[in-house]
Design a protein around this ligand. Sequence first.
Ligand code: 3HC
Ligand code: NAI
Length: 698
Amino acid sequence: MYRLLLRCNSDDWGDAEMTAINAVTDLTTDGELGVITIDSPPVNALSADVRDGLAGAMAAAVADDAVKAIVLICAGRTFIAGADISEFGKPPRGAALHDVQARIENSPKPVVAAIHGTALGGGLEVALVAHYRVAVLSAKFGLPEVKLGLLPGAGGTQRLPRVVGARKALEMVTTGTPIGAKAAAEFGLIDAIVDDLRAGAIHFARRVLAENLPLHRVRDKPVLGVEEGMFDAYRRAQAKTFRGFEAPEANIQCIEAAATLPFDEGMAVERRLFMGLMTGLQSKAQRYVFFAERQANKVDGLDPDAPLLPVKSVGVIGAGTMGGGIAMNFLNAGVPVTIVETRQEALDRGVATIRRNYDNTAAKGRMTAADVDTRMGLLTPTLDMGALKDADLVIEAVFENMDLKKDIFGRLDGIAKPGAILASNTSYLNVDEIAAATSRPDHVLGLHFFSPANVMRLLEVVRGAKTDGQVLATAMATAKTIGKVAVVSGVCHGFIGNRMLEQRQRQAMALIVEGALPEQVDRVLFDFGFPMGPFQMSDLAGLDIGWSAETSKGETIRDRLCEAGLRGQKNGRGFYDYDAQRNRTPSPVAEKIILDYAAEKGVNRREVSDAEILERCLYPMVNEGAKILEEKMAQRASDIDIVWINGYGWPVYRGGPMFWADSVGLAKVAEALGRYGIAPAALLARLAAEGKSFTGAV
Ligand code: 3HC
Ligand code: NAI
């Protein structure tokens, strides 16, 4: 730490004297106030430098007799957004956060935290040791550690309930969802909402001095709102949401400790449980996913600062399942959408579905009637493809048929303006072949949304052989504006996600012929952490997708199920029978079809272990992921993980298939594949032999 005294003539500071405490922290004096400013882009995370700077600035402010009260404020886009996650798991450096906090909390001079942007995690925990907090109206406050598989480890679990009460604290730490300034003021988390942050905080601090207000320490307050049995009731209510995760339970135990133990003992519980999570695999996986998600949006070889194409209006072709959902994404973001169909009836049905979805959201109180009208007002339904002439981006979502798609892209080429981006939502088809139907293949790519397209976060951005870099970069940026996590895929059958899914489906079908039953396979994958197993998924999607009675040859189990009238959830009969509430029981009809099929093929059914099911469903996916990497269809292993977490319900606490394979050990994966008669991909075999991993993150 070094110290430098300099006179500062900026208008903001008047004649203030500024002490640069270190590269990211300074202390200015404004009359009898000391103003500590942290300036550590991008989000003022509590790195070693920030902690050192804050400790030094507090010491200097306390030592300076001229300073009577202290304001803590941040430069840039936000107040401290938390601990520096990139430091986790590394050897400790710099001042300990607890010591920095003790300096603030025990300061003999009042400290006022001035908050804008997001006071998250360690950031909110720093604010909670200040004696007062003021914020601008747009500020947000939260303890999102649970999303990293952690709990707030700097007293957040003990101080927050002393401010907002046990129930609200329980909700905030277990969901990680932040609250706005208005709610924060209502709960007493902030003492004032100000217009101009710096001026407002200084004014507030002067008032504290003038009125001789006390040095409030949150730790000295009682926890209010504790009710008999509330913690167990909460556990029961949230059991489904928290299934498989370790961190929510640890967070609950901390709030319970706050409610029942003296402050210091509660802190000890927090410390112990925090360390347990921090060293565990779940948090490691979730922290990896945090960075992987941000990395996924970056395209190797593209200049991140290059100008983008405008996307101010969007066209969607096809108002079916996907087209409607895709349109909603843009309507939600305030982008006008023209949606095209071939028949009035299909158009009306598609538009009605969009409206019904919005009305349902409004009925749940998550949107106002005016919001619904605004969104519907941005939608232009039409039967005329010519209406797409002004669209900046057109997304095709018609039937999965190459001839149809080529015909549409050929026509679109004659309609769309120069510079417009033309995208296909195809699930499997060759995007280069589609692009070749136009005179501008450089402006064509795949935008593969996942069903329901207005809900699922994943967007596979399929880069064709000729797709222009600016077009690709614009697609990645557009994904961000509509709240999607975008991953770049090369052109291959099924791209990243469906290509790997096919491997799992193939094994699942083989397993039920060899001796397992659908419910066993589904249970194993559900227990692993998926929201449902492959057979439940098939029932949900519909067994007859891509099947027709005319062409069915009765050769596969699927053919036979469909021929027997089993369609999945849509008609209440599939691998399972469904009642009116969609409760499921194994279908005796499906079981007989499976057993007959196996007998016909001369298969001597055997008992299949749960362990074999897991390995055979997941290792071949990992193997396909390795091939995808070898072929450079994915930029990096972590992109594959992001696809599976956001598009297919892979449990985030297992980090995605590639991270998970690393945690299992690649030698073990390669050996098991061989045992099941599957040749390990060259990349997998090499990494396994060298004792290396896909992600380097485990
Ligand atoms: N530590 C290290 N880096 C961080 C970070 C953090 N806490 N938060 C954000 N970053 C980095 C991101 O990786 C990204 O880096 P990149 O530009 O190189 O990709 C950059 O900051 C900008 O982040 P975003 O792209 O996410 O920016 P947004 O503006 O979209 O979002 C945000 C800002 C809301 C602050 C979001 O970044 C976020 O949610 N951050 C994590 C907040 C968090 O989880 N805090 C708790 C940390 S754990 C903790 O505090 C433990 C304590 O209890 C002891
Ligand atoms: P869908 O059958 O629900 O909708 C297709 C719509 O396109 C129909 O409404 C049809 O009338 C319309 N259409 C057909 N020809 C047209 C034309 N010439 N002009 C305008 N509209 C036309 O199909 P779905 O499920 O929405 O699939 C669309 C595309 O999205 C397919 O390529 C599919 O592979 C892909 N996809 C589907 C997913 C799913 O889960 N359903 C997931 C991801 C991609």
